[in-house]
Design a protein around this ligand. Structure first.
Ligand code: ZN
Length: 171
């Protein structure tokens, strides 16, 4: 491993420890030439199996470009997209497999995108899940509304109140 400071061709490992629940190893290295220290992170490579059967390395950039179109005109920044791609990668790595289907990437995008922007989520989901009728949109929107109501109830003044307590009439 080259020293990133002086480009010396060699470095010495002074410490190594696992990180991220064992999915990566951080190594502290020292350059024998300039004596400066730096850290490297080693992770297993993550391959994406495409529909054609070909594999390619997972790329956060591809996640970003795949989502960017759905975010057009929405208040979503480049930082938001970078963070989303990072979360997608963490989710996929968390699954513990070294090879993933391209389809699973789309699936891993849906959750964080829904939190980021509901309109962008609907656009992305409509393409990815091949919505072909208004009913599909309706179902997705209903589920978004239900989740939002749940969030608001959770942070509201009367948490845990169910509909039973609001209908006192005898049944
Ligand atoms: Zn050096």
């Amino acid at each position: 491993m080259h020293c990133p400071f002086c480009r010396h061709a060699d470095s010495r490992v002074v410490d190594s420890r696992t990180a991220d629940d064992g999915s990566s190893i951080r190594r502290r290295r020292q350059c024998p030439n300039c004596q400066r220290r730096f850290t490297t992170i080693e992770t297993a490579s993550l391959s994406v199996v495409k529909r054609s059967g070909a594999t390619e390395p997972f790329s956060r950039d591809k996640v970003v470009s795949g989502v960017r179109k759905a975010c057009q005109g929405r208040p979503v920044s480049a930082d938001d997209l970078a963070l989303l791609a990072q979360r997608v990668e963490e989710t996929l790595r968390g699954s513990g497999s070294a090879e993933i289907d391209a389809y699973e990437i789309g699936l891993a995008i849906l959750g964080p995108l829904r939190e980021l922007d509901e309109v962008a989520y609907l656009r992305f989901a409509s393409v990815y899940q091949s919505f072909d009728s208004l009913d599909d949109f309706d179902a997705a929107i209903t589920s978004l509304r239900a989740e939002r109501a749940e969030r608001e109830a959770g942070s509201g003044a009367t948490p845990g109140e169910s509909s039973e307590s609001t209908s006192p009439g005898p049944t």
